[in-house]
Design a protein around this ligand. Sequence first.
Ligand code: DON
Length: 305
Amino acid sequence: MKHYQKIIEDIYVEVKNTDDSGKVANYIPELGTISPDNFGINITTIDKQSYGIGDYEKKFSIQSISKILTLTLAYQLEREKLWERVDVEPSGNPFNSLLQLEADFGKPRNPFINAGAIVICDVLISHLKNPKEDFIDFCREISNNPNLNYDDKIAKSEKSTGFRNIALCNFIKSFGNIKNDVDVVLDFYFYTCSIAMSCKELSTIFLFLADDNFITHKNNKILTESQAKRINAILLTCGFYDESGEFAFRVGLPGKSGVGGGIVAIHPDEYCITVWSPKLNTNGNSYKGMLFLEKFTTKTASSIF
Ligand code: DON
């Protein structure tokens, strides 16, 4: 049994006092209003022990971390057919890049870059009667948390400045890989990114990727063991865009970041950990979040390698 509370407290103090060269994202204007000093950590083990420090109960915008949840529901609904629409290769490019789509005929490299997540949203719209309601209900069921919700202000803010995503969606549609109306797809995509959650809520919701025996309170299994393994594999290779190699190198866990400053990392069969610190490095990943996790997996000798 590891003394997680003491370990996270020690690293928290160390990292809190470290200079932070990052910048809070402001290309979504509403995100720019968040205090850069927020700093929270929560770890939840598969036997549901939870340890937190700092701002770990404060909700923030999960942004791209939601891409794990949209992928999970789409994978559940489409099974292996899903990979006809989106690939599973690292892009080695920024999260919002349009570059590779032309050469790849509109098939995004993976579901964790914006292009891929937009296609995943299109898949969900084709399946769900009321996409926004059905998707948030799915999130509430996995986490057994009826308090989860979209943040209207953030979604609208992104909608007003989301020019690259609008371009991506239209470009993919020109190749026939978006089946629904682009405005409907983008609206759904912006809302999924706007979900507000705390570190504690995030490290609880992703236990289904750490625990092979996970079932919801309604007795549903979310993914098969093989599907969970595959999502973890894509997280390891693609969860941090052009910095996925660096994250594997320094931290050594499957994980996902969001421009709200959150990072979730999963240790299969052990725990899920979330760090929130809004200042981002130049690749769009939380500067202190990565530093914290590097120290954490080193101190606990708990990377997957
Ligand atoms: O589409 C966007 O640009 C944002 N809603 C999400 C981007 C994001 O979180 C990338 N993460 N590091």
